[in-house]
Design a protein around this ligand. Structure first.
Ligand code: SF4
Length: 225
């Protein structure tokens, strides 16, 4: 800490970091960042490597800077036309499910489809059937399966709550009744993660599957979606 001479007034500490992006564009999609908090602590997550940017946008979002419904809507509209709005991260959108759904209910008026990228633990966290709340507001839900067995899931995703793996699978099954398109995803290339077995789980649940790459977007950051 530097010395302060007698009589000098120390100016209040300022947060010099750029304001977090609430909305950002990748191609023809607009991604909506509503929180940096997570129910998982995935070992492959860029934020646990100190990387908080996606497509050159800073996403780190202290709780005090989490956006309101009005701020989300304004940020989304400011991005202009797109083919899809995606509630994404680097954080778990369903931790703010009321805010997400309130924003979605307004953005629906644009006619642009709305996707929710989630770890699938919303019902476990909130203690109610969050899948039912997506009805009529979310067109697609993409759920991070991330592993074909609980032990691998625990190792890679380090969930904060017990029984997260079965809760995530139950959430995926529940979503089938309320969301037109349900996709399970897993990161390809992680040691011990059997992508073919992940695809089998999706097939058994009668939902879609996508193996997603862990790819660098700008040489410093990664896209996780
Ligand atoms: S990869 Fe996604 S779910 Fe996992 S810790 Fe990162 S933001 Fe959270």
């Amino acid at each position: 800490m530097g010395m302060v001479r007698t009589g000098q007034v120390r100016s209040p500490a300022r947060d010099s970091r750029p304001p977090p992006a609430i909305a950002y564009r990748i191609g023809d999609r607009v991604y909506l960042n509503v929180t940096s908090r997570c129910t998982l602590r995935c070992r492959f997550c860029p934020k646990f490597q100190g990387l908080w940017t996606v497509a050159d946008r800073a996403l780190r979002m202290p709780i005090s800077r989490e956006p309101s419904v009005a701020e989300i809507i304004a940020a989304a509209r400011a991005q202009g036309p797109c083919v899809e709005y995606v509630f994404c991260g680097l954080g778990e959108p369903t931790l703010r499910i009321a805010t997400v759904l309130a924003a979605a209910s307004v953005l629906r008026a644009t006619g642009i489809p709305i996707r929710l990228n989630t770890d699938g633990l919303g019902s476990l966290v909130h203690g109610r059937n969050v899948a039912a709340e997506l009805d009529g507001l979310i067109d697609r839900v993409s759920i991070s399966l991330n592993a074909a067995d609980e032990a691998s899931y625990e190792r890679w995703c380090r969930p904060r709550r017990p029984d997260s793996y079965p809760a995530m699978l139950a959430f995926a099954a529940a979503c089938r009744d309320f969301v037109p398109k349900v996709t399970l995803s897993a990161v390809a290339g992680l040691a011990g993660v059997d992508i073919a077995a992940c695809a089998d789980i999706a097939a058994r649940l009668n939902v879609e599957f996508r193996a997603r790459p862990l790819e660098s977007t700008d040489g410093r950051s990664f896209r996780v979606r």
